[in-house]
Design a protein around this ligand. Sequence first.
Ligand code: HEC
Ligand SMILES: [Cu+2]
Length: 337
Amino acid sequence: MIAARIPAMFPPASPDASRVDSHWQLLLIAGSAVWVVVVTVALVAVVRRRRSTEHPAGDVPEATSGNGHLAVGFLGAVVPALIIIGVMTDSVLVLRDTAGTGDAADAATVVEVDGNQFWWEVRYPGHDVETANEIHIPTNQDVRVELTSSDVIHSFWVPQLSGKVDLVPGQTNVLTLAADKPGTYWGQCAEYCGVQHAWMRFVVVAHEPQEYAGWLDAQARPAASADQTDGDADADGPAADVGPVSEVAAGREIFMSSSCVYCHTVAGTEAQGTLGPDLTHLASRQMIGAGVLPNDRKSLARWIEHPQKVKPGNVMPGTDLDDDELDALITYLQSLE
Ligand code: HEC
Ligand SMILES: [Cu+2]
């Protein structure tokens, strides 16, 4: 399991991000060159001035000659103008290149992202799939991401893949994501949205196209253990007489009879709440709470008992369970692959 990372821009991993990166390199090189020239000229001036003060007053240095004026005019006006025009031209070209892919209207893959305080709901139109804080895309193609918000303004930012776009309630903004190669790319809410804004992280997971199709298929099916399907928890029989029910079944029972079902969906069960993240395939996720904890037993226990300590101000209330109940509940959650 990986711990949440602070998203960084390097190395760029999409055509857009590479374009922004090459522009940044140009600015760095041009800026450094100007700095070197200016500092060198300044040093030369200091040294020469020192020397000239050694001469008696009235011994005029040649900088005031006609040629000197020309040189100053050239270095002070013409060269900076050329540099600024060059840099500006490249800036405009970057804008054109990256905005040109702005809406990917004919993209084969569309993903809908809904901002919530303080997590990301992700849907895959045409597939009965929903994830949270984890956006899966195929590599080497433009993916159209449709962004909106359920509450306040958030901003979607995956520095290695794209620029930022705001998520605005009642409006759909569009961004194009593309990834050159498979991998996990960290993203972050980039518009202050409340106390847990900093813990509103997410990942974009890019798969080879074939693998992506397989992922979608698997996600579209309920988890095998979601409902009463495993052998030793046969719901149709006289439940009490079937002997010891498995821990998964016991955990399922606790989940279904707790408040969890009002806020969470587990496909294939009566749990159909929509206030919180869809938990249908929770166990396949890398982290919980939008990056605040890795997705393991210990973290799940902390999260379920004390979500307000782990992430104060988030929407989920704590649940009081005894150790056995909590254990079983976590076993059930971890079976949702
Ligand atoms: C009032 C609604 C509500 C109730 C009740 C509730 N949750 Fe949550 N739950 C949420 C919200 C909202 C989040 C997302 C919080 C965040 O990251 O900011 C969440 C997150 C989670 C997560 C992490 C999911 C992820 O992918 O990040 C788990 C696991 C979870 N809840 C389990 C449970 C369990 C088990 C119960 C019952 C004991 C429960 N929840 C009860 C609203 C609720
Ligand atoms: Cu935010």
